[in-house]
Design a protein around this ligand. Structure first.
Ligand SMILES: C[S@@+](CC[C@H](N)C(=O)[O-])C[C@H]1O[C@@H](n2cnc3c(N)ncnc32)[C@H](O)[C@@H]1O
Length: 444
């Protein structure tokens, strides 16, 4: 009997042509080889590995339209055939890893910072509802913007648009109603232009700074360093309130780690700046309300493009998430919230929104007024990209994406494109993805 079983086992061949069971490592290696056959691009001008969705393919197409007149995309082999100023395209493009065998600037950023979104100072602070910098870069390319252009983001938040524009050497103006957003955007701005020495602090000095902040005795002659240390402190405290993961490091350990991360980013981005001989451009950052933009007459027909993302209807508490900071700075959160889109009830709601809950109608009223102000601030021929998502409130879908598109057209924009970008792995169940709506203010 034993002999019979043994014979049977001997005859049974495995996937690998022997009679031994493959190990976990062998299975993984075999699958990895087969998988890489499918996904490794075959050519000299190849997709970035970060291209994962059909939306990414559309973004690649969109930016190529702005960067060259002659190109074709081969999605099967993950390659592109293009003609044009290759050196310049290599500095600008956000979706290709190599052009004619040479690495793009974007690939260098991704490799150096180890992340497709957290390069330069984009990851300075975990501001909720942040843009993907890659989308901003794509839109800047698609809109053919250059050193003579001026970009607006009137919902600038933590400053992704302004920071990406600065990295690309393009002038921009960022406006946001939240003081914390303004502080962060300004910090990202300053960090690109300071001298390395300004970040030289010994461990003892850092410990003293933390103590001073905790005792509300923190002063520093340079406002930039003053605010930077506070932002790191708020981020540290926030991390401790959310998880016990950092207990072993302790507050000082985490504070130092975050400060050193910023020093590291400074070094990395300056290495890249030197390597590619980049020239960064400082952005103008202002605290303000988009609904009052048209009171600033010098903003009329001033901008070549607007790249922005309004607050998502009731999905994110933009002010509340920075409670630690506002409590520390003694800033009245209610006052900021009252300036928020959809929060100013003037007793009148347009007939257009009959049947909608009052709060949604108020939000739509303000959203439309915001788009009117954007239209007013753009030059004829100016471009608009709005990143917006639908939300679900009490299981009811609030169709903000198509409502926004309708507003743009009613106001006079020519609708050009809508790209739905699924948010893979999004933790917030109410937000499954966002759309990029592209429009143009036509020349008269
Ligand atoms: C989706 S977030 C933008 C995030 C930004 N793209 C970033 O990467 O950080 C929307 C922003 O709109 C701002 N906001 C809300 N109401 C506003 C208003 N009336 N005027 C200007 N900004 C406003 C919020 O403070 C929030 O920062």
């Amino acid at each position: 009997m034993e002999k019979l079983v043994k014979n049977k086992r001997e005859k049974q061949m495995t996937l690998f042509g022997n009679n031994e069971c493959p190990s976990y490592e062998e299975i993984m290696e075999s699958y990895a080889k087969e998988f890489s056959e499918y996904v490794t691009p075959k050519g000299d001008t190849i997709f970035g590995f970060w291209m994962q969705t059909l939306a990414d393919l559309e973004f690649l197409d969109l930016e190529l339209q702005g960067l060259t007149d002659e190109y074709s995309i081969d999605p099967v082999n993950r390659t592109v055939n293009l003609k044009g100023d290759e050196d310049w395209i290599r500095l600008r493009i956000a979706h290709l890893e190599k052009i004619n065998g040479k690495t793009t600037l974007y690939t260098d950023l991704v490799d150096k910072f180890g992340d497709t979104n957290a390069y330069a100072f984009h990851n300075l602070y975990p501001y909720k509802g942040k843009f993907y910098p890659r989308i901003v870069r794509t839109l800047i390319n698609a809109f053919k913007l250059d050193q003579d252009s001026l970009i607006l983001d009137p919902f600038n938040g933590s400053g992704t648009t302004t920071h990406e524009a600065s990295l690309m050497g393009i002038k921009s103006v960022g406006i946001d109603v939240t003081p914390m957003g303004v502080i962060l955007s300004e910090l990202k701005n300053d960090l690109l232009f300071i001298d390395q020495k300004e970040l030289d602090f010994t461990n003892i000095q850092i410990q003293d700074i933390l103590k001073d902040i905790e005792n509300k005795k923190w002063h520093y002659p340079k406002p930039f360093i003053y605010k930077l240390m506070l932002a790191i402190y708020f981020d540290t405290i926030d991390a401790f309130t959310r998880t016990s993961r950092y207990n072993r490091k302790g507050k000082i350990g985490l504070f130092m780690e975050k400060f050193n991360y910023i020093k590291d980013c400074y070094k990395k981005i300056n290495d890249i700046k030197q390597k590619y001989e980049l020239s960064f451009k400082r952005a103008i950052i202002t605290e303000g309300d988009i609904l009052e933009l048209n009171n600033l007459s010098d903003m009329k027909e001033k901008f070549d493009a607007c790249i922005t993302s309004p607050p998502y209807y009731f999905s994110i508490d933009y002010v509340g998430k920075d409670k630690i900071a506002y409590d520390y700075l003694d800033i009245d959160m209610k006052k900021i919230e009252s300036k928020y889109l959809g929060m100013k009830y003037n007793g009148h709601i347009s007939n257009e929104y009959k049947g909608l809950p009052t709060r949604v109608a108020m939000y739509y009223d303000d959203l439309k007024k915001s788009i009117e102000n954007i239209f007013w601030s753009l030059k004829p021929g100016g471009k608009l990209a709005i990143v917006i998502g639908d939300s679900t409130v009490n299981s009811k879908k609030i169709p903000t994406t198509l409502t926004t598109k309708k507003f743009c057209e009613e106001i006079g924009f020519k609708f050009e494109k809508l790209i739905f970008n699924p948010l893979l792995g999004a933790r917030n169940r109410a937000i499954r993805g966002e759309s990029v709506i592209v429009c143009k203010k036509e020349e008269q």
